[in-house]
Ligand binder design. Structure first.
Ligand code: ADP
Ligand code: PRP
Ligand code: MG
Length: 214
């Protein structure tokens, strides 16, 4: 019998981790200890050849691209911003659904000349406004984008909107739709080639769980 190959799956810590674990469990992958109660970054599972690493959402595509992990789970926003180089995206997990939007202060006047855009999604924003034929300057932030227009740091933001509560609570409104977002399973090119027989059943079982949850 062929020896089972090692498989490493990169999970985004933060708001999608809780919804990720039941999908992994549907593929019979169960962490050996409580991820939420541990300071560890790497976890054993019920399979001696499968490990989980729990990292910042924005680092998941990088780990998978460079083979530091064989597959991973990340938001489509994070994947779009990364560019998707070397990543295969076989499954929409249909969790953490939200929208990428342009937003600004409620009833803000149109800006003539270059708009200043605050966002953590600098690549997505640059591409979106270029497509619109709009000249913009982009200011990179790492969070709390909604604050930027209030403080006069930017005319508009590009950010995630779900309920719209954060926008409303800060006197902002959604203005333009950029993309629908949900979390995706991604597989790196090397793993896709070398570990396909091991990975495909995992994808199939997770896919069945996604359909069942609908
Ligand atoms: P970060 O710390 O990078 O913001 P989060 O854990 O907050 O990471 O978000 C992880 C992913 O969940 C995001 O990449 C996005 O796809 C999605 N997401 C972010 N905010 C929301 C939200 N308010 N509602 C639903 N999904 C969200
Ligand atoms: C996310 C996002 C928005 C908010 C949108 O922030 O960046 O601020 O959720 O959700 P809503 O439309 O339902 O209000 P998060 O809570 O992840 O904070 P962060 O800045 O730490 O990412
Ligand atoms: Mg967040």
């Amino acid at each position: 019998m062929m020896k089972k190959q090692q498989l490493t799956i990169a999970l985004s810590k933060g708001r999608i981790l809780e919804e990720t674990l039941p999908l992994l469990e549907a593929a019979n992958i169960i962490p050996a200890e409580n991820i939420f109660k541990s300071r560890k970054l790497i976890f054993d599972t019920n399979h001696d050849n499968i490990k989980l690493v729990v990292i910042r959402a924005t680092d998941v595509p990088t780990y998978v691209e460079y083979g530091g992990a064989d597959m991973g789970i990340a938001g489509k926003d994070v994947l779009m911003e990364h560019g998707g180089k070397g990543l295969y995206e076989p499954l929409d997990l249909e969790i953490a659904k939200c929208k990428l939007m342009v937003a600004g202060l409620t009833d803000a006047d149109p800006v003539d000349g270059r708009m200043r855009i605050a966002t953590k999604f600098v690549n997505i924003a640059r591409q979106y406004f270029a497509q619109q034929g709009c000249q913009v300057d982009i200011v990179k932030l790492y969070g709390a984008m909604e604050l930027a227009p209030i403080m006069g740091l930017a005319d508009r933001i590009v950010d995630i909107v779900d309920t719209g509560n954060t926008l409303r609570a800060n006197g902002l409104e959604p203005m333009d739709f950029i993309a629908n977002i949900s979390s995706r399973l991604v597989v790196g090119q090397p793993a896709l080639k070398m570990k396909h027989r091991q990975i495909q059943p995992i994808i199939d079982m997770m896919s069945a769980a996604v359909v069942q949850r609908r």
